[in-house]
Design a protein around this ligand. Structure first.
Ligand code: NAD
Ligand code: WQD
Length: 334
């Protein structure tokens, strides 16, 4: 039996494929490479010494998915494939709803047709909306403040309804907080095209000399140093959470929302200081206006993940920054 990983060539998907292969699973990737490179597949092979089967297809094609499910015995799906840029989702909402929501429906229809009803889905802390900052619990109200976030709210609802109607489904709705860092080998990491939207990829490009200075979006929030506080977790910890989630859904019917975060928040200036330590140099920054849609604080209550999945994050901020810089340095050298 194999695990199908949609979006497996992406940032979080590639790290999860490594974990799955290290555990001895057979891994099939389906990815349209809209936001990733086929080179990643080689890197996964280099790290694990194992090979994966790759389909360069779109999850919006039910025919392509049927072929995959016919060619392989698939026991479960880890569903990462999706568009994820908040600002872009405001500009092209139709693309986001079509790709993320319709893509998930195509996938579920094909899974059901082939009797595969176990899934770990990439949701996001964004479903807590404007919220109170947390620590968010899974039974807190969900809402969305942008089309990207609404795709996650909608998909969570769709998957919950599907699981309620048929007890053969077991689905983990994994609400990631802020994944950062890279594989310790420096072979896999996050390499966004264009100017990065997210803090750590932006800092990495300042450290590499590609960008002049970090813009700190607001220093007048109600936080200890006035800058935004987030719950950052290492992408390898996050990947390990998916293995635990797959074990859980195997024996538990229904759809279950689970936060994946550390429960500890760090401010923008604290992250910057940790990154300076990692790269061994001062990183220039300016205080810029607040970014629209940002909240002061967003942190997880990670208790449910520990209780249900037996998972908790183990890697600290210094290592997250060390691994991010290790990857960025390698990219810099080409
Ligand atoms: P990513 O863009 O690196 O990976 C997504 C992968 O899916 C890419 O390889 C892309 O080519 C592929 N893809 C997109 N649409 C597809 C389609 N229609 N058919 C086939 N492949 C398709 O993103 P990531 O950071 O690895 O995120 C993975 C998932 O986790 C996404 O669903 C994202 O919304 C969610 N998530 C990410 C974060 C984060 O901060 N990175 C936080 C919370 C949730
Ligand atoms: C972190 C902090 C910024 C960039 C986003 C999505 C969320 C989820 C994770 C997918 C904030 C500040 C940032 C910069 C800065 N993704 N910042 N200068 O906004 O918490 O979450 O990614 O689901 O949905 O919204 O992450 O890394 O963009 O920002 O000062 O150049 O860094 O204001 O306080 P965010 P981020």
């Amino acid at each position: 039996m194999a695990i199908l990983v949609t979006g497996g060539a992406g940032y979080i998907g590639s790290h999860t494929c490594v974990e799955l292969l290290n555990k001895g699973e057979e891994v099939i990737i389906v990815d349209n490479f809209s936001n990733s490179s086929p080179d990643v597949i080689k890197k996964i092979g280099q790290i694990t010494g194992k090979s994966v089967t790759v389909y360069s297809d779109d999850i919006l094609s039910e025919a392509a998915l049927h072929n995959i499910f016919t060619a392989h015995k698939i026991s479960a799906v880890v569903h990462f494939a999706g568009l994820k840029a908040v600002g872009e989702s405001v500009r092209v909402p139709m693309d986001y709803y079509y790709n993320n929501v319709s893509g998930t429906l195509c996938l579920c229809r094909v899974m059901a047709a082939h009797g595969c009803k176990k899934m770990a889905f990439s949701s996001s802390a964004t479903v807590y909306g404007a919220g109170t900052g947390g620590p968010f619990r899974e039974d807190d109200a969900v809402s969305a403040i942008n089309p990207y976030g609404m795709t996650k709210v909608m998909i969570e609802r769709i998957l919950t309804d599907i699981a309620a109607a048929d007890p053969k489904w077991g689905i983990a709705l994994l609400r990631y907080f802020n994944p950062i860092g890279a594989h310790p080998s420096g072979l896999l990491g996050e390499d966004p095209t264009g100017i990065p939207n997210n803090l750590v990829p932006y800092i990495a490009q300042v450290a590499s000399g590609k960008l002049a200075r970090v813009q700190v979006y607001g220093d007048d929030y109600e936080t200890p140093d006035g800058t935004g506080v987030r719950d950052y977790l290492h992408v390898s910890d996050l990947a390990a959470g998916h293995i635990k989630a797959l074990e859980y859904v195997e024996n538990h019917p229904g759809a279950e929302a689970v936060n994946l975060g550390t429960g500890t928040g760090y401010s923008v200036l604290e992250v910057l200081a940790a990154y300076e330590k990692a790269c061994g140099k001062k990183l220039p920054y300016v205080i810029a206006p607040r970014r629209e849609g940002d909240t002061a604080v967003c942190c997880a209550d990670p208790a449910k993940a520990k209780r249900l999945l037996g998972w908790e994050a183990a890697i600290g901020l210094d290592e997250m920054c060390r691994d991010s810089w290790n990857y960025a340095k390698k990219l810099q050298k080409g």
